[in-house]
Ligand binder design. Structure first.
Ligand code: SF4
Length: 282
């Protein structure tokens, strides 16, 4: 018996960059007998990472951890130029699953000149941001997370703003505005990717109709966290759940309508399992 209504945000779940990365690793698994080393994660989903480990994939953070000549995959978030060079020196057999939209961002960073200051709206430590920094054509790089941090920047002459692909579109606009206000000559070509934008707008449309909003995704997924924050910003209680086993009666107490979205790295099977559990849990 259906006990409550679960409304699914459209679109949600896999984006083209994630599908592309998974397709590449599947092909690699079909043709490789030894271990495959995945550098800095393929995509940010714990369930998929566990599956890949079962198939002999080893997740590493640095090229140093990979034996010379081994099979190696660069994940969808991309890597720096230095990492590419180190991989070539170690004669690694590389499959590059970097999302084309991240590659576009990397090449924008590469074309920033040494005289310009690169302002990156992003999360320090995120592999995508590290890869973009590792392509920058300037050494003058400033990472900002809020409009307040824009105000705290030193005096700059030729600032140019680029944006991590999975951040909040409204926050990106606020940072852009703050930068333009502070530096009227600032160039602001950066934006989040279209897949992230469409998923965020779907949450904004759906969340106000719900008593609770659930985002299916892993806690280290940037875009999953943004979707949860966006739902919360619509005044709805919102949680991030990695598995149906995290659904409890307490979470659903008094809830008649649940909104459900999913990170760009969350598979359809996980969304469906969560939908069913949310509907049926007493
Ligand atoms: S979220 Fe955007 S940038 Fe990231 S993999 Fe998907 S399409 Fe590419």
């Amino acid at each position: 018996m259906v006990r409550r209504k679960v409304l699914i945000a459209e679109p949600c779940g896999f984006c083209s960059g994630v599908r592309n990365a998974l397709g590449m690793i599947e092909k690699k698994l079909e043709t490789t007998t030894g271990n495959i080393y995945i550098l800095k994660g393929l995509i940010h989903n714990n369930g998929i990472a566990a599956e890949l480990r079962k198939w002999g994939c080893i997740f590493v953070d640095t090229v140093e951890e990979i034996p010379p000549g081994a099979e190696c995959v660069f994940g969808a978030h991309g890597v720096s130029l230095k990492v590419k060079k180190l991989a070539a020196e170690k004669m690694l057999r590389v499959t590059d699953a970097t999302c084309p939209l991240v590659e576009q961002l990397q090449s924008q960073a590469q074309s920033v000149t040494p005289e310009q200051e690169l302002i990156l709206f992003g999360h320090p430590g995120h592999p995508e941001l590290e890869g973009v920094i590792g392509h920058a054509g300037t050494e003058k790089i400033f990472v900002v997370r809020t409009p307040r941090e824009v105000e705290e920047l030193p005096e700059l002459e030729h600032p140019i703003l680029l944006v991590q692909t999975t951040l909040s579109h409204t926050e990106a606009e606020q940072v852009k505005k703050a930068l333009k206000l502070r530096f009227p000559n600032a160039e602001t070509p950066g934006n989040i990717c279209r897949a992230s934008l469409l998923r965020q707008q779907a949450v904004e449309r759906l969340a106000p109709q719900c008593d609770l909003f659930v985002v299916a995704g892993s806690s280290h997924s940037s875009n999953a966290n943004r979707l949860r924050e966006i739902a919360e910003g619509c005044g709805v209680r919102a949680v991030l759940l990695d598995s149906p086993s995290e659904v409890t009666s307490q979470l659903l107490q008094g809830v008649r309508t649940v909104g459900l979205s999913a990170a760009a790295s969350t598979p359809e099977s996980q969304i469906e399992a969560l939908r069913k559990t949310l509907e049926e849990t007493v």
